[in-house]
Design a protein around this ligand. Structure first.
Ligand code: KIV
Ligand code: ZN
Length: 381
């Protein structure tokens, strides 16, 4: 049996922190319903202490969404934790996500304190949260740049204080996959009470490695992945949910599975793109406009003969439109004949040659040839 990886979606918290992506309560609620439908295990609904609007959004999501754990973020500060607990009080499965920075940058520059004091604050925060909420997740901010031996001490104390999920954020997207995987493995092997908690990945994409790092974490033993739809998030973004889920689905050797209904990946991607006004790059894996489009002659010929020659995912499996053959000046005769057939034009070998010559001279002037342009070309021969 494959092990289940918990999908923790933070689109509404880490994703929503992005300038220009702010959502109102109604929008958050609508997205939360779609995330529940998608099959995520945890929805991080917001950071309740940050504003009355966010408090209200977390509260309403906690009251409405019943099939998924609802999580609220807090710093290791009593007031944050109390307000998060208040926002979550009507959730069926509430979770407080609390934590503190553990790297030298955080300890000495941001918090201006000592490693010992960080451990004390971590213990206190987890105990406070645990008194107010049945489930507590602890994050060690900037764990990616934290010394592993110190991180192990913090994690041990957080677990001893009552946290059952331990988040290891690569907050600055610094780690290499190998390093991040080793960090998870180190914690699995050096934290004496690790059997009382699960480890979670939370990777940022500053070097374009968020997805690779999350998968390295899973392979090293992490059981939860924190991610966002379309990979939105601070700076270069977070791990993209659709990428992690499809990598796990595609690779038997990973020996893991998720509860995500993959056919809803493209519809929810479009919803987030629209509601957050954050365009998805055309070549984005799984959900980009070009993810299943083929425009060069060599690829088109292969796909027309057998889709799997150039596609490892069936677009239907991720709720995308069928594979597209795009006619450009790089297309070949096979693609032209295929597109003509789809428009009910049968081309003899001679006609195909004439059509192809005309097609090339038009295609050289345009990015792409539309159906309308193709019909007038075919009618003219
Ligand atoms: O990236 C990060 O460290 C975070 C934590 C607040 C969980 O988002
Ligand atoms: Zn983050």
């Amino acid at each position: 049996m494959k092990e289940q990886i918990q999908i923790f979606d933070t689109t509404l918290r880490d994703g929503e922190q992005v300038p220009g992506c702010k959502l109102n309560t109604q929008q958050k609620l609508e997205i939360a319903k779609e995330l529940e439908e998608l099959g995520v295990n945890v929805i991080e609904a917001g950071f309740p202490v940050s504003s009355p609007g966010d408090f209200d959004a977390v509260k309403q999501i906690a009251e409405t969404i019943k099939g998924t754990t609802i999580c609220g973020l807090s710093r290791a500060v009593d007031k944050d934790i109390e307000i998060a607990a208040e926002a979550l009080k009507n959730a069926d499965n509430p979770r407080i996500h609390t934590g503190i920075g553990t790297s030298d940058y955080h300890i000495y520059s941001k918090l201006m304190t000592t490693p010992e004091e960080v451990i004390e604050r971590a213990k206190h925060a987890v105990k406070t949260a645990r008194n107010l909420c049945a489930e507590v997740e602890f994050y060690a901010e900037d764990a990616g740049r934290t010394d592993n031996a110190f991180l192990a001490k913090v994690v041990e104390q957080a677990i001893a204080s009552g946290a059952t999920i331990i988040n290891i954020p690569d907050t600055t997207g610094y780690c290499l996959p190998e390093q991040y995987g080793e960090k998870i493995k180190y914690l699995m092997n050096h934290v004496p009470n690790i059997d009382r908690a699960i480890l979670s990945t939370h990777c940022h994409n500053d070097l374009g490695l968020a997805t690779a790092n999350s998968i390295a974490g899973v392979l090293a033993g992490a059981q939860q992945v924190e991610c966002t739809i379309n990979g939105i998030g601070e700076r270069a973004g977070n791990t993209s949910l659709e990428e992690v889920v499809m990598i796990i689905n595609q690779h038997e050797r990973i020996q893991r599975e998720t509860s995500i209904n993959t056919q809803l990946l493209n519809p929810i991607s479009k919803l987030i793109e629209f509601e957050m006004n954050m365009p998805v790059q055309r070549n984005k894996a799984i959900v980009g406009e070009n993810a299943f489009s083929h425009s060069s002659g060599i690829h088109q010929d292969g796909v027309i003969k057998n889709r799997e020659t150039y596609e490892i995912i069936d677009p239907k499996d991720v709720g995308a439109d069928d594979s597209q053959i795009i006619l450009t000046a790089r297309s070949g005769r096979a693609a032209l004949r295929y597109c003509a057939q789809k428009l009910n034009f049968e081309l003899t070998r001679e006609k195909l040659e004439v059509a192809y010559d005309r097609f090339l001279s038009i295609a050289d002037q345009h990015n792409q040839i539309s159906n309308q342009q193709l019909v007038s070309l075919l009618e003219s021969i």
